[in-house]
Design a protein around this ligand. Sequence first.
Ligand code: HEM
Length: 116
Amino acid sequence: MLNKAKLNFFVDAIILVAFIAVALASVILVAMPHEGFRGGRNPAYYETVLFLTRSDWNDIHVWAGVALMVGIVVHVVLHWRWIVRMLRGFVRGGRSAAPWPGEAEPCLAVVTDGEN
Ligand code: HEM
């Protein structure tokens, strides 16, 4: 069964992989020549990086970008209550990270050597 922690891990892993793919493809797209097909007269059109053409890297960039945006939206939805509570804390100027209802207060244990 997929609990909340596993779901968060799964969504965040997708965001990480998508971000790496978008970033890598961005760097490659910036570095690769850009002049287009030109009726088959442009040899640069057939250049590859890591066995993929500019058009392939473009597709990777766009679809990894879509996955990244969807992943970020799902991430924000999953943490919406936390975000609202933090913002309320900032606005009220009180404790921003109060425990959830029903959750124990943090335990402050004082350890002494028995002499005081
Ligand atoms: C780390 C963040 C990003 C960086 C650094 C970045 C960088 C770039 C660069 C450099 C280009 C021009 C590529 C070229 O020379 O043809 C480009 C194009 C593009 N990017 Fe991004 N991008 C990012 C995120 C995204 C995201 C999240 C999306 C959402 C889908 C996206 C969608 C596109 C699209 C649709 C194009 C035009 C592709 C085309 O010409 O067909 N990018 N991006």
